[in-house]
Design a protein around this ligand. Structure first.
Ligand code: ATP
Length: 517
């Protein structure tokens, strides 16, 4: 099945099984804003727990924070967001559709990459084990021709971004003959800058209301609390502050479901270090974060690093962790070396000294910062994309059957254990509830008695429940149940007394955390 079709199915699945709904759906929705349903909120909470505990619990020198969404408007002046938090936009005059000029060019670059990868895949098939990919890439004329096109375009693109040259961005789009996917024409407007911050007013207008912004990143809440946390927590450099919270961006293009939203949630950690040591810490955090992603077991080859074409005004190094979504490799997380830009700016704009006295060096300085920044929603989409499978099964009567299964990592699954009485009588429902009552303080359990056992299994597969337990008449006699495993569909008989241990060994976060060492 084509990757786009899989993605469409995944979106439909998210709605049908209570993971993600369009916001304000009964009013025809609101662009790029989404709500999380009964299963979505559980998965989202588990993602946040995985991140939070791996940062705050596993690192002695990282502590948490929860700062407000509204902040003093001067903060956004100091951070550069009022003047420079812009995306280059371009409209197609025929379809009236709006695009990000940089994204159009990135997609063109991805096309050249695709062509090269296809050549490699074809050759790999042909030569089998004897295939030397490096040599092939260095010598095959078709790969070399596309690599040349990629290199030239990439260089031109990076220069245009770094020079903030909007006319050149448009010229690249014209020269590359990039057409609007909707109208198919190349009838483009000029490229303009568009500020992504949402503004609103605080206080009554009669008194001269204050213009405030909905924060476009959570990081600034951490910077302006640096002194509070450092002093009250008696933190010694190097140390980090972690925060999970909502962020808002008036995104120009809102496509690809929850990949790019106007209201979303970020998990950010700012790590404060000695000036001069930031690139060493940058390397450390980039490895630590990649390990965190790979520990989920979705295949190491599906992740890669992507160096930025243009460094943000505050950064001296930046890299993205990209995942291979059904629509190509895309950013899930950014790791940035933000220098002392933010703290120095806040020192200047607030007039308050924001420094650290380093007892080992015997002097004070403005700390440098390495940031890790990941979107909860984007991570959610990554996990759903990686977990969604349609499997062909051999049914008992020899006919083909299919099942949709979410192979979510067990600790992240919304429901850990479904308990099902075989029939709705003979004391089986009561026994099933007794088991749930015993386990519900340990894991999220669900009781299900409707429809045939087969249908109930399918429902649980579709939401990613790793274990189903069936209570039958034998259970009443010998206190054993049938446990069925989601991924293998194997079943076995177990004493009820062993359930807690079997489920717990898979669903608690310990095994995941052990992989992070
Ligand atoms: P992009 O280039 O895709 O617009 P960015 O580089 O501006 O993203 P950052 O500012 O580095 O993104 O944000 C850090 C993380 O926050 C991203 O890696 C992503 O996971 C998440 N994120 C950013 N913007 C959005 C959005 N509009 N919707 C959902 N998640 C987002």
């Amino acid at each position: 099945m084509a990757q786009e079709d899989i993605f469409k199915k995944l979106i439909a699945h998210c709605k049908e099984y209570g993971f993600v709904f369009q916001s304000s759906e009964i009013y025809d929705g609101l662009g790029a804003v989404y709500d999380y349903g009964q299963n979505g909120v559980e998965l989202k909470n588990n993602i946040k727990k995985y991140w939070w505990d791996s940062m705050v619990m596993l690192h002695e020198n990282v502590v948490g924070l929860d700062s407000a969404i509204f902040m003093h408007p001067t903060i956004w002046k100091a951070s550069g967001h009022v003047d420079a938090f812009n995306d280059p936009l371009i409209d197609n005059k025929d379809s009236k559709k709006r695009y990000r000029a940089d994204v159009l060019i990135e997609e063109q670059l991805a096309k050249f990459e695709d062509k090269m990868n296809k050549e490699v895949a074809k050759a790999q098939k042909r030569f089998g084990d004897a295939f030397d990919e490096k040599q092939f890439r260095e010598t095959n004329p078709r790969v070399l021709a596309n690599q040349k096109k990629w290199d030239e375009l990439h260089e031109r693109f990076a220069n245009a971004l770094n020079d903030n040259d909007l006319a050149e961005l448009k010229q690249i789009i014209i020269d590359q003959e990039i057409a609007c996917p909707v109208s198919g024409t190349r009838n483009w407007t000029d490229v303009r800058q568009f500020n992504l911050m949402f503004g609103t007013e605080m206080g009554s207008t009669a008194d001269g209301a204050l213009k405030v912004y909905l924060r476009p990143e959570t990081a600034q809440g951490i910077f302006v609390n640096y002194l509070n946390v450092q002093k009250t927590g008696r933190m010694k450099i190097p140390f980090g502050i972690a925060q999970i919270g909502k962020a808002f961006r008036n995104e120009i293009v809102a496509r690809q479901f929850i990949f790019r939203m106007r209201e979303f949630e970020q998990m950010e950690m700012q790590f404060f270090v000695r000036p001069g040591s930031e690139l060493e810490w940058f390397d450390k955090w980039r490895e630590t974060r990649m390990k965190w992603h790979r520990a989920l077991g979705f295949g190491d080859d599906n992740y890669r690093f992507h160096e930025h074409e243009k460094l943000a005004h505050y950064a001296n190094a930046a890299v993205d962790v990209e995942y291979k979504f059904p629509f190509g490799f895309k950013e899930v997380e950014g790791i940035h070396s933000r220098t002392d830009f933010d703290l120095s700016q806040h020192q200047e704009f607030s007039g308050k000294k924001i420094q650290y006295y380093d007892p080992e060096l015997g002097k004070s300085y403005v700390p440098f910062v390495v940031e890790t920044s990941i979107g909860v929603d984007r991570m959610f989409l990554q996990i759903m994309s990686a977990s969604y499978f349609e499997e062909e099964l051999e049914a008992a009567n020899g006919k083909k059957d299919t099942r949709v299964v979410l192979k979510l990592p067990a600790p992240l699954a919304p429901v850990k254990l479904a308990v099902m009485p075989l029939v709705k009588k003979d004391g089986l429902p009561e026994k099933a509830r007794e088991i749930i009552d015993d386990l519900k303080f340990d894991f999220n359990c669900q009781y299900d008695e409707k429809d045939s056992i087969g249908k109930r299994y399918r429902r649980q597969d579709a939401v990613g429940t790793p274990f189903c337990v069936t209570v039958d008449h034998q259970t009443l006699e010998d206190q054993t149940v049938t446990i069925r495993y989601r991924d293998t569909m194997q079943q076995e008989r177990l004493p009820i007394a062993d359930l807690k241990e079997v489920v717990s060994s898979q669903v608690n976060f310990k095994a995941l955390f052990a992989k992070l060492k």
